[in-house]
Design a protein around this ligand. Structure first.
Ligand code: 3HC
Length: 287
């Protein structure tokens, strides 16, 4: 199966990054969000990132123009009808995602189309069971920023056809140039099962007054060669996303390390979501 026509559901932080990766790899991409406003924000994010890619010498102006021409924006799910691979990157809400998978199942015509979710931690099997083709559903989990982070986790549910996983693994490595790892359909898969307890430990450390956020971040950057400290990383991932992922791991496993710190919940209640809202642990309003 040669995948040439892709779709991305959701043009937020991850959806726009995934759409950009696909278009840069030469695919024709339909990007859908629920309102014109959301679609316009996604388009602006992608075009800004493509411009940054040109500035950094990662792609030429011609390649940027070709990528822009391969991206089609819509608010209509029916525009996914002829797609061969669709990656859902909507908000981390199980009911919303299940409804999207049920709708895609009714719309997408090719029997061998692959339906994927970029969920950070929700069970893939629940989305698969919302369709009549559970064997063709899997998790394709990108990392933020999707254009820069090489990793893609392939999440294999109890019902995913092994041939679908092989097809997607070849696609993400050979066509997208990413590094793939496989994970079973368990909370947090591989990376978030390790990352979220780490981020939460850092937040608890500042909540307890044990160290300042700046010192926690300086410590991990300079002591362990992390590209950014855990508090800055939580802001970049999005504090709401960190909260949802922690809740979803904690609900299923009861692991206290994944229990969201109270400080994190309160900040999300306050609309302090990190970089995307202009304020999280740090202030981004000037940038
Ligand atoms: N297109 C292509 N390349 C780009 C780009 C773009 N739009 N923007 C930046 N780049 C490239 C740069 O050219 C540079 O490449 P080089 O190393 O070859 O020169 C590289 O990306 C780094 O870019 P910058 O120099 O602008 O930025 P920094 O060096 O400050 O790095 C960062 C920023 C990439 C965010 C880095 O701090 C980092 O990797 N942080 C950790 C991020 C992380 O851990 N992400 C995972 C989060 S977990 C997740 O997503 C899972 C979810 O489910 C929660």
């Amino acid at each position: 199966m040669v995948i040439e026509r892709a779709g991305v559901v959701g043009s937020g932080l991850m959806g726009s990054g995934i759409a950009e990766v696909l278009a840069r790899a030469g695919l024709d991409v339909v990007v859908r969000d629920i309102s014109e406003q959301a679609v316009d924000a996604g388009r602006a994010r992608i075009e800004k990132s493509l411009a940054r890619g040109v500035e950094r010498g990662k792609l030429s102006e011609d390649e940027r123009d070709a990528a822009v021409a391969r991206l089609h924006y819509t608010v209509d799910m029916k525009d996914f009808a002829d797609r061969q691979l669709i990656i859902e990157a909507a908000s981390e809400n199980e009911d919303i995602k299940k409804a999207i998978f049920a709708e895609l199942d009714a719309i997408v015509t090719a029997e061998d189309a692959i339906l994927a979710s970029n969920t950070s931690s929700m069970p893939i099997i629940r989305f698969a069971q919302s369709t009549s083709r559970a064997d063709r559903v899997l998790g394709i989990h990108f990392f933020n920023p999707a254009t820069v982070q090489p990793l893609v986790e392939l999440v294999v549910s109890e019902l995913t056809d092994p041939q679908v996983v092989d097809t997607v693994e070849s696609f993400v490595t050979d066509v997208l140039g990413k590094v793939a790892i496989r994970a079973t359909d368990r909370p947090g898969f591989v990376v978030n099962a390790l990352l979220i307890p780490f981020l939460f430990s850092a937040i608890r450390m500042i909540e307890a007054g044990h160290a300042t956020k700046e010192d926690v971040d300086t410590g991990m950057v300079n002591g362990c060669a992390h590209p950014m400290g855990p508090i800055a990383l939580a802001d970049r991932v999005g504090l709401d996303t960190c909260l949802f992922v922690g809740q979803s791991i904690y609900e299923e496993t009861g692991d206290p390390a994944a229990k969201p710190p109270v400080l994190l919940s309160r900040m999300v209640d306050a609309g302090m979501l990190g970089v995307k809202s202009g304020r999280g642990f740090y202030d981004y309003s000037a940038k």
